[in-house]
Design a protein around this ligand. Sequence first.
Ligand code: ADP
Ligand code: MG
Length: 318
Amino acid sequence: MDICPPLILLQENGYKVLAATNGGDDLRLVMVELQGKIVRVGEGDLDVTVGFANRNDEIGDLGRNFNHMVQQLCESREEVERLHRAQMSRAQCLATLGELATGLAHEIRNPLAGIAGVIEIVGRDLPVTSPARAVVKDVRLEIAQIDHILTDLLQTARPRLPEVRPSDLNTTVEHAAMLVRQQVLSRPIRIELQKDPNLPTVEHDSGQIHQVLLNLLLNAVQAIDGAGVIRVEISLLNGDAAITVVDTGRGIAPEHLPNIFRPFYTTKTNGTGLGLSLARQIAEEHHGRIEVTSKVGKGTRFLVVLPLQQATAQGAAS
Ligand SMILES: Nc1ncnc2c1ncn2[C@@H]1O[C@H](COP(=O)(O)OP(=O)(O)O)[C@@H](O)[C@H]1O
Ligand SMILES: [Mg+2]
């Protein structure tokens, strides 16, 4: 029989948290506190600490790991912001960001893995009928989200060189379009794809260009309130391959346009601001470029231009 008291929903500083109806189950209270604090970290509030860090047991270890991780995140963010304020050149900034990100990955991934491990054990030991299982599941999802942000940050700061191969750009783009179509099945958003059957093979890293298209398409989806259309077109443009992604979303104000490719620039509560910076970086690594035009209330058009052949491959071939 499950003797755990039922959980109730409380509002704490505008955040929904689960709380036990009595104070008997301290493990569940720990989980509840941890869940609330992870949600706040996920939303960018790095002023949080957990109270159970002063305990003298494994749960205390967990708490100290968590507080340490958040403190590291906070220090790294302040450092990154300081760098931006100093208006360093983009190349310099990315090099420093690379060093920071490597340190970050080390400082955060280890305690995060520790937290994930403890959560796993706690979850396994809970009775099947325990309502705390849902909390544990949420904590796991939030941990996965932090890990995802870290991966994006690392990719932006320490991009790997593209592994280019001559292949069909139509297929690369189509895969990304199909993936995003699956995600918007339940919404009145149409994704149209116009391939170019006559396009020669394009030397590209299909995984990286897939990532670029995903970032553009997801931004387009997120810019559409209600119904809308996203049109993706592949063509030959002055001897280069061109991919345009046009949406009927809310558009970008002219004063914000210069910022959108900057790392960490986001107008979304859950955004990382890394999608476009990564996309531009990948395009440039392919000796290509990304351009944007937008009209508030009408929509946005991104153009990705990629040379058919990479200069190094051309050089090697000749
Ligand atoms: N298609 C779009 N329509 C409107 N705004 C966009 C679009 N794509 C990007 N943006 C703006 O650029 C910002 C940066 O985008 P991005 O780098 O992908 O980060 P994120 O999506 O995490 O916010 C977004 O927060 C949004 O304000
Ligand atoms: Mg994005």
